[in-house]
Design a protein around this ligand. Structure first.
Ligand code: UD1
Ligand code: MG
Length: 459
C-alpha cells in the first residue's frame, strides 16, 4: 500500500485530547473498536505506509497511553496543555527532518484506510499540501473547506469562526493532511490564537500556504465513516457497527456463509477456510481459525481457538484457548476453557465444562460433566455427571484415563487418579484410587431391598 515517494514519510498521530464526552476514566483513544484500541487501528494503518517514523502526541492520561503501546518503534511527544491541533503537531516536529513528508492523523479517527492515505500522500509530490476532505450531510462542528471561484481550496474555517453563509458549506476537513515537513514547520511556527477558541489551529496553514503561493490540493473520501472522529459513545457504537459490517462483507466475499451479516462480531482476526457456515449472534475474539466446512451454531463465543475441518460447534457454546481437531462436535451449551485439546472425532455435549484437558480421538463426554486437568485416551466414554475432583482447596491434581475406558454416570474421580486401559467404572462411584486395566471399579453403597416396608402414616 505504500506510495512510491522520494521523501520519507513521518506519521504524526494526535492523541492528546481529553475526550470529555466519553465520561470515562480510560483515555478516549484506548476505547475499542472491534476489540482493538482506536489508536491501535490508526497505528496499524500507519504501519502499512512504510513510514520512517510514527509519532504519537499525547497529553491527557499520556502515561496510560504509553503503557498501552510498549513498542519501541513509536516516537513519543508530549503536549502538556491542549492548545490546539497546530500546537499538537508542533510537539512532534523536533524529531522530524525537513526533507520528510508529514502525515497528520487523529487517534480518534480509527477507520481510516491505508489506500486513502496512500492516495493523499501521492498528492504531496511536487510540494503540495494535501488535505483529506469529506462531504458531510450534517457538517455541524467541523471545519469548512473554502474554495475560490476556480474551485481551488483557499482556507479552512472552523465552525465557531464561520458566518452563516460559510456554515452552509458541506465539504469539511477530516483533519487528516500531508505536506512537506519544512513548510509545515515554517507555517506552524507562525500560527496565532486570534480565533473563537483561542487555539493554534492546524487548519490555518491552508490559508498561509495559499498566501505564499504554495499549492494546496484535496482528496475527498468516499465513505464518510472512514474519517468519522469519535467524541462520544454513540459515535463509538456507530463506528463499531460500521467496522463489523466491513468485516462481515469481507467474510462473505471470501466465501464464508453468514446467516445474517448484521449479527456477527469479529473482535480480532478470524480466518476461515472453505465452506464455513456461521449462524447468528456469534462472537469471535482474538485469533480464531476455522477449517474447511466448519459450522458454528447461534449464540456462540469463540476466543483464540483453532477448529479443524468438518467440526461443528452447536448453539450457546463458549470456547477459549482451545484446539479442536477435525470432525469434532461441541455443544449445545458447552464450555471449553483454556488448555482444552480435542482430538479427531471427539464429542463434547451439553452442560459439559472442560479445562486444561486432552480428549483423545473418538472419545465422548456427552452430558453434564466437569473435566479438568485430565488426559483422556482414545474411544473413552464419560457418563453423564462425571466430575474430576481436581482441587483440594489448595492444590490441583491430575486425572489419567487410558484408551477404551467406560465411566458410568454420576462418578466422582478424586485426583490424582489413574484408570487403566478398558477400565469400567460403575455408575455413582467415588473413585479415590487407581484402577488397573481391564478391571471394573465400583465404589458406592450396596443396594438393600426391605421386603414389606410400610411408609410412615400421618399422626
Ligand atoms: C478539528 C479540525 C476541524 C476538523 C475536525 C475533524 C482544527 C482546528 N480543526 O476540529 O477542521 O473538521 O477536527 O474532526 O484542527 N488534539 C490534540 N491536542 C490539541 C487539540 C486536539 O492532540 O491541543 C487532538 C485531539 O485529541 C483529536 C484531534 O486532535 O484527536 C482533533 O481535535 P478536536 O478537538 O477534536 O478538533 P476539532 O475541534 O473537532
Ligand atoms: Mg473533534
Amino acid at each position: 500500500m505504500s506510495p512510491t515517494l522520494k521523501s520519507p514519510i513521518e506519521v504524526v498521530i494526535l492523541a492528546a485530547g481529553k475526550g470529555t464526552r466519553m465520561y470515562s476514566d480510560i483515555p478516549k483513544v484506548l476505547h475499542r473498536i472491534g476489540g482493538k484500541p482506536m489508536l491501535q487501528h490508526v497505528v496499524d494503518c500507519a504501519n502499512t505506509l512504510d513510514a520512517k517514523g510514527v509519532h504519537l502526541v499525547v497529553g491527557f492520561e499520556g502515561q496510560k497511553i504509553r503503557d498501552a503501546f510498549p513498542s519501541p518503534a513509536i516516537h513519543w511527544a508530549n503536549q502538556d496543555q491542549q492548545l490546539g491541533t497546530g500546537h499538537a503537531v508542533m510537539q512532534a516536529m523536533p524529531a522530524i527532518s525537513d526533507e520528510s513528508i508529514v502525515l497528520v492523523l487523529y487517534g480518534d479517527v480509527p477507520l481510516i484506510r491505508s489506500q486513502t492515505l496512500a492516495d493523499l500522500i501521492v498528492k504531496t509530490e511536487g510540494g503540495a499540501l494535501a488535505v483529506l476532505t469529506v462531504i458531510s450531510p450534517d457538517p455541524t462542528g467541523l471545519g469548512r473547506i473554502m474554495r475560490d471561484a476556480n474551485g481551488k481550496p483557499v482556507a479552512i474555517i472552523e465552525e465557531k469562526d464561520a458566518n452563516p453563509e460559510q456554515k452552509k458549506i458541506k465539504e469539511t476537513n477530516s483533519g487528516i493532511l500531508a505536506g512537506s515537513a519544512r513548510k509545515l514547520r515554517h507555517w506552524i511556527g507562525r500560527l496565532q490564537t486570534n480565533n473563537a477558541q483561542g487555539e493554534y489551529y492546524l487548519t490555518d496553514v491552508i490559508a498561509m500556504a495559499v498566501a505564499e503561493g504554495s499549492e494546496v490540493t484535496t482528496v475527498t473520501v468516499k465513505d464518510p465513516l472512514e474519517v468519522l472522529g469519535v467524541n462520544n459513545r454513540l459515535q463509538l457504537s456507530q463506528l463499531e457497527r460500521h467496522y463489523q459490517a466491513r468485516k462481515a462483507q469481507e467474510l462473505l466475499l471470501s466465501g464464508v456463509t453468514l446467516a445474517d451479516p448484521a449479527r456477527i462480531d469479529v473482535r480480532g482476526e478470524l480466518s476461515c477456510e472453505r465452506d464455513v457456515e456461521i449462524d447468528v449472534n456469534v462472537i469471535f475474539e482474538g485469533r480464531v481459525t476455522l477449517g474447511n466446512r466448519v459450522k458454528i451454531g447461534p449464540n456462540v463465543v469463540i476466543r483464540n481457538c483453532r477448529i479443524g475441518d468438518d467440526s461443528v460447534v452447536l448453539a450457546n457454546s463458549h470456547l477459549e484457548d482451545v484446539l479442536v481437531a477435525d470432525k469434532c462436535a461441541i455443544g449445545p451449551f458447552a464450555r471449553l476453557r483454556p488448555g482444552t485439546v480435542l482430538n479427531s472425532g471427539s464429542k463434547i455435549g451439553n452442560f459439559v465444562e472442560t479445562k486444561k484437558s486432552k480428549i483423545g480421538a473418538g472419545s465422548k463426554i456427552n452430558h453434564l460433566s466437569y473435566i479438568g486437568d485430565a488426559t483422556i485416551g482414545k474411544d473413552v466414554n464419560i457418563g453423564a455427571g462425571t466430575i474430576t475432583c481436581n482441587y483440594d482447596g489448595v492444590n490441583k491434581f491430575e486425572t489419567h484415563i487410558d484408551d477404551g475406558v467406560f465411566i458410568g454416570s454420576n462418578t466422582a474421580l478424586v485426583a490424582p487418579v489413574k484408570l487403566g486401559e478398558n477400565v469400567t467404572i460403575g455408575a455413582g462411584s467415588t473413585i479415590t484410587g487407581d484402577v488397573p486395566k481391564e478391571n471394573l471399579g465400583v465404589a458406592r453403597g450396596r443396594q438393600r431391598n426391605i421386603e414389606g416396608w410400610k411408609r410412615p402414616t400421618k399422626k
